[in-house]
Design a protein around this ligand. Structure first.
Ligand SMILES: NC(=O)C1=CN([C@@H]2O[C@H](COP(=O)(O)OP(=O)(O)OC[C@H]3O[C@@H](n4cnc5c(N)ncnc54)[C@H](O)[C@@H]3O)[C@@H](O)[C@H]2O)C=CC1
Ligand SMILES: NCC(=O)COP(=O)(O)O
Length: 330
């Protein structure tokens, strides 16, 4: 019998003191048909499994093919912690460990060692507290692969891409210029078509200001930047709607008119998604030369160590990564 090898899916555990390690062992306990390779510290996973009351078999990753993964089996690429974790209390001495896991995942995906990456949440502030400039996985993977990317969060009902990601609010307006907006819309348009199967994706673009600027009376970014870029791309045939006022863009009548939304900043649209589908939303980085998905939530330090964290978003992220791998495969 000539069965295909299961796709090699890299999993990073994120912040050692957060819920990430527990989510990885809960994912391993499912029967999802993937060869999961956890890139993290082996003992960290053993302690997480004990906290969850789960028996998990941790095998060193030797790179060999796997045709069937029994539930509870997880391969590991061991990257040692700096200090043993204290759940709920991130330790900046582990920042280099966290970054080493991301580097291994990115470099491995770039050279084909992994078919895709799914990431558990990390604590950005702990990496910053170690004196390392860092704003998120999205920016890290973009830099590592020398590409322009777009963060998109997707539930089964709604997809929201972001024109800017992890910026202080006062810096958002200056970061939205004609070049960056056009580049972002091109990436979103292309990937909705290549990865999500929309032949002619309909993208709603949000305004930056209340009431999308109210004809220039509450801000001029729509008139000076957003509309000219949209008109240029419409002339090429892109189906763009807006700029829509963000406060009404998500009412049912509007939602029927688009396949995805481009929001101008992180908190303009993510609360809509997270309030209606916190357990079903996946974060996906568009524009990378490899597939990377992630959870929609953070490190939940209040729950870390209790074994009670809900793995649904990581499971959804893993399923999406596997679907994208299968869609890409000949
Ligand atoms: N992909 C990533 O690496 C992300 C990392 N973060 C990081 O997480 C840190 C904490 O973020 P917060 O804003 O506090 O949001 P959070 O998502 O960690 O927590 C918000 C609330 O949701 C609950 N929650 C989160 N995930 C859960 C799960 N899987 N099961 C059950 N309950 C869950 C928490 O217990 C808390 O009550 C941030 O400082 C940020 O650095 C945040 C978002 C994404
Ligand atoms: N709210 C989404 C988020 O912050 C995810 O960031 P990243 O670490 O995946 O770039």
């Amino acid at each position: 019998m000539n069965r295909r090898a299961l796709p090699r899916l890299a999993l990073t555990a994120g912040e050692p003191a957060g819920i990430g390690p527990e989510l990885l062992v809960r994912l391993a306990a499912t029967s999802l048909a993937a060869n999961f390779i956890a890139i993290t510290d082996r003992q960290l996973l053993e302690r997480a499994a004990a906290r969850c009351g789960l028996a998990v078999q941790l095998d060193e990753d030797d790179g060999s093919d796997v045709h069937h993964r029994p539930a509870g089996v997880l391969r590991v690429r061991h990257i040692p912690l700096g200090n043993a974790e204290v759940p709920g209390h991130p330790d900046p001495h582990n920042a280099q460990h966290v970054l080493a896991t991301l580097s291994e995942a990115a470099d491995g995906a770039l050279c084909g060692r992994y078919a895709a990456i799914a990431t558990a949440p990390l604590q950005k502030s702990s990496i910053n507290d170690a004196g390392i400039p860092f704003s998120g996985h999205t920016e890290f993977f973009a830099e590592r692969s020398h590409t322009n990317v777009v963060m998109m969060l997707a539930s089964p009902e709604l997809r929201v891409a972001l024109a800017t990601t992890h910026l202080p609010l006062h810096a958002v307006s200056a970061a939205i210029n004609a070049d960056s907006l056009e580049r972002t819309l091109r990436i979103v348009h292309k990937e909705l078509s290549t990865k999500f199967g929309y032949a002619q994706p309909r993208i709603a673009v949000l305004g930056l200001n209340p009431h999308a600027g109210e004809g220039g009376h509450i801000g001029r970014e729509e008139i000076d930047v957003i509309v000219p870029v949209m008109n240029r791309l419409r002339a090429e045939g892109m189906a763009l709607l807006g700029p829509l006022p963000a406060d009404t863009a998500f009412v049912p009548a509007q939602r029927a008119r688009y396949d995805a939304v481009l929001a101008m900043y992180h908190d303009q649209a993510l609360p809509v998604l997270k309030s209606e589908a916190f357990d079903r939303t996946v974060n996906i980085t568009l524009g990378l030369p490899f597939i990377r998905t992630s959870v929609d939530h953070g490190t939940a330090l209040d729950l870390a160590g209790t074994g009670k964290a809900d793995p649904s978003s990581l499971i959804a992220a893993t399923r999406m990564a596997m679907d994208l791998v299968l869609r890409r495969s000949p």
